[in-house]
Design a binder for this molecule. Structure first.
Ligand code: AMP
Length: 398
């Protein structure tokens, strides 16, 4: 078990918090401040316990001087201050005397945000390559390290893993929730456990399917990746998106699954990859040669609803169709609705497109957990050890 905020003394300490303030920006304005809002619980807790808060985060990628201007964290400091109705000091420097002075003069109960950690990538990718000197330097600014940035947990960077090597490290509330939900689903799921996987490509999710097949009672497949499985199962798939190189792997997975890998029985097909083209629903045996599958059909939605019935743990990653186009969004919204309707199940969305689909469709409050990290949650579901998680101290067992 990983240590949390309750396992460390915070009073009078310089508490370094690695947050995820990687917010979308347009012309220097924050277009979605959910990540900032989500960080407040951990920040407020540390302040309430009498700690000083020193925040670190990355924002975008910094490869040039121009990127430095685009990806300054200054607007985040302003927004956080508005949201918390409290002053948030901002250090425009990621190292040096000015930063050290700002840290040393920070009063108890106050907040300092340090400039974008990726400014340190401009000169040799020090942040992203976990330069040991950089992690050590940042660690010297604090007494305790709180990692609350799950979205970077699959990366070994100076601002998550590097700092951890020199300070007692615990998880913040957001990180704790990710570990509780995704970790438990993968390690000790309540059964029946049903996983639903979609999205564009099988290649991105082979390891996830393999890992989930070893734990789940059923794995339901949709989206573009279903085509490769349908082909492997002997169906003609017309002009649908296909990964020829993965047909053999799909065949092996179907064999290994012994009936637990469930494929669409009907699909919505169209002449072109467009919302303004002719479309219809056909059984998977009847996909016309000149049409492509862009969504799962109604019989499949029903089949998947039935498969979900009674489930106690559900993990969903990847849309069932091209949900960005209204004609091909029914499969994704249908499955989303079916999961949302489950009363007694722990329901988890593994970030990325399925999280945005659930939000767009207005279901975000209906799930037990929507992961904040797309890449990180996929790697977690693959059963991989995430470096950012590994670096958090374990609770000593008696
Ligand atoms: P991923 O990033 O792998 O989760 O894939 C998400 C993308 O897959 C979305 O942009 C969907 O539009 C796309 N997608 C879903 N189903 C299909 C399909 N049948 N054919 C092509 N693209 C699809």
């Amino acid at each position: 078990m990983k240590k949390t905020l309750d396992d460390v003394e915070l009073k009078g300490k310089n508490v370094l918090i690695r947050a995820d303030f990687n917010v979308p920006l347009k012309d220097g304005e924050i277009t979605d401040d959910n990540r900032i809002k989500a960080a407040i619980k951990t920040i407020s807790y540390v302040l309430a316990k009498g700690g000083k808060v020193i925040l670190l985060s990355h924002l975008g990628r910094v490869k040039s001087q121009e990127d430095k201007e685009t990806y300054t964290l200054a607007p985040v400091a302003k927004r956080l201050s508005e949201l918390m109705d409290k002053e948030v000091l901002f250090s425009d420097k990621t190292r040096g005397e000015d930063l050290e002075e700002a840290v040393n003069s920070l009063p108890d109960g106050e907040i300092l945000l340090i400039q974008n950690t990726r400014y340190e990538d401009l000169d040799g990718s020090k942040e992203s390559k976990n330069d040991p000197e950089l992690g050590k330097y940042w660690a010297l600014l604090g007494d305790v390290f709180v990692n609350d940035a799950f979205g970077t947990a699959h990366r070994s960077h100076a601002s998550n893993v590097g700092i951890s090597e020199h300070l007692p490290t615990v998880s913040g509330f957001l990180m704790k929730k990710e570990i509780e939900f995704i970790g438990n689903a993968v390690d000790e799921p309540k059964t029946p456990f049903v996983a639903i996987l979609g999205g564009a490509k099988v290649s991105d999710k082979i390891s996830v399917i393999e890992n989930l097949l070893s734990k789940a009672d059923k794995v339901l497949i949709g989206g573009g990746m279903a085509n490769t499985f349908l082909k492997a199962a002997g169906h003609s798939i017309g002009t649908s998106l296909i990964e020829e190189d993965n047909i053999k792997i799909a065949e092996d997975l179907l064999e290994q699954a012994e009936g637990r890998l469930i494929l669409p029985v009907d699909v919505v097909v169209a002449k072109e990859f467009s919302n303004d083209t002719e479309f219809k629903t056909v059984d998977v045996d009847n996909i016309p040669d000149d049409m492509m599958a862009l969504d799962i059909g109604e019989k499949t939605i029903k089949l998947y609803e039935d498969a979900l019935n009674g489930a106690k743990t559900v993990v969903w990653n990847g849309p069932m169709g091209v949900f960005e186009m209204s004609n091909f969004a029914k499969g994704t919204s249908g499955v989303c609705q079916a999961i949302a309707d489950l009363d007694e199940a722990i329901t988890i969305i593994g970030g990325g497109d399925s999280a945005s689909a659930a939000q767009q469709l207005g279901f975000e409050d209906k799930f037990s957990h929507i992961s904040t990290g797309g890449g990180a949650s996929l790697e977690y579901l693959e059963g991989k050890e995430l470096p950012g998680l590994k670096a958090i101290d374990n609770v000593e067992e008696d």
